[in-house]
Design a binder for this molecule. Sequence first.
Ligand code: ADP
Length: 451
Amino acid sequence: MFDTVLIANRGEIALRIQRACHGLGLKTVMVYSQADAQASYLQYADEALCIGPAAPGQSYLNQQAIIYAAQASGAQAIHPGYGFLSENADFSERVEAAGMTFIGPTAACIRQMGDKVAAKRAMRKAGVPCVPGPEGALPDDPLLIQRIGDEIGYPVIVKAAGGGGGRGMRKVERSEDLLPAVSVTREEARRAFGNPELYIEKFLGHPRHVEIQVLCDNHGRGVWLGSRDCSQQRRHQKVLEEAPAPGIDAALLAAVGERCVRACQQIGYRGVGTFEFLFEDDEFYFIEMNTRLQVEHPVTELTTGIDIVQQQLRMAMGEPLTYEQRDIRTQGHALECRINAEDPQTFIPTPGRVTRWEVPGGMGVRVDSHVTAGYQVPPYYDSMIAKVITHGATREEALARMRTALSQLRIEGISSNVALHRDILQDPDFCAGSVDIHHLERWLKGRRQAE
Ligand code: ADP
């Protein structure tokens, strides 16, 4: 049990977690870097402690400083949010070794899911459908590698077991290109992730990104909370998400959702988690599990009515889940636009002072943001400054509410990608639903050529 939570993060998610804590009567300790000393959410915290200079390595990634801040403030639990230390097994171990609760799964689970070869093996064992390809890591023998490639059939994708953030992957079109691709990717993986292990799978040509949110308590009970579609991506970064994923057969989805929960029970997973899939021609293919809270969790909150962060805190306190799967019903449709401080044409970040900040409201509109007028967007961190989320009885209603909401979002002083979102919401293909993960880049290219 704990009554004080240290929030080891910044920006909108720090505020989101703070609200969830206060809603449960928990005290909060916020840690911040010198660049975030003016952040408005610090004043709502029970205590705020500066942990270092702007550079993340010296503040939000400084494990020792964070643990020291928790000890000094009497916090008994640490919430890592997303990014930063949220999927760092060593950090979770250090937190537990210091006698505090890490709000997330065990270090062993984080490690297992962080190794994509081990993750895929565990998922296969639990009956979760995976992308076709051999079970283990690639061998060194060139002849064997070549044979594996031929068996899968081209195109294939070579991926680093330790990869993440869209890095450490290479698509291979033809058999003769496989060995050079393997050696380049292996070298990259060794340098970038300190782990040269690779695996190989079938390359899917036109998949959607569909994911399933799960909640698991410490008592072996778990539920899945419907689907999300995050296919609108640029350079593997999600731009706009929605729940549920449009047009997927309910029985097919339920079968996969149940497998996800079963997989969690098999690996002893606890807390919140997300199973990411590629979805193509009515088939799900597991690609990875995120062992943390995700940016896009609000679309699931609006469609299920469940406060995912409060559930996460409750489960970390050892409370049993009060939901059975049959209690989970999704209602209507939700969309989320990630608002970034970046140029809408070039995508280059645009840090600076926000001189005007007016956010929309009204029925079915939610804005998660730490920004206020006069806020200085620092250049050191991710450029996301807000999430605009809308909910409606139908996808059309959620879209209409999003169009109105974005027309009332006023940001001055810095450039943002609001104009891009307004254009996306007029794209007939997106509005029809079910675009693939390459759609946004294709659409952006078409738009550039039309200019
Ligand atoms: P990361 O952890 O780096 O995000 P993922 O395994 O989640 O890596 O893959 C990231 C993206 O790479 C996917 O969203 C998809 O766009 C592409 N990708 C991954 N595996 C495949 C595959 N087998 N076929 C086609 N595209 C893939």
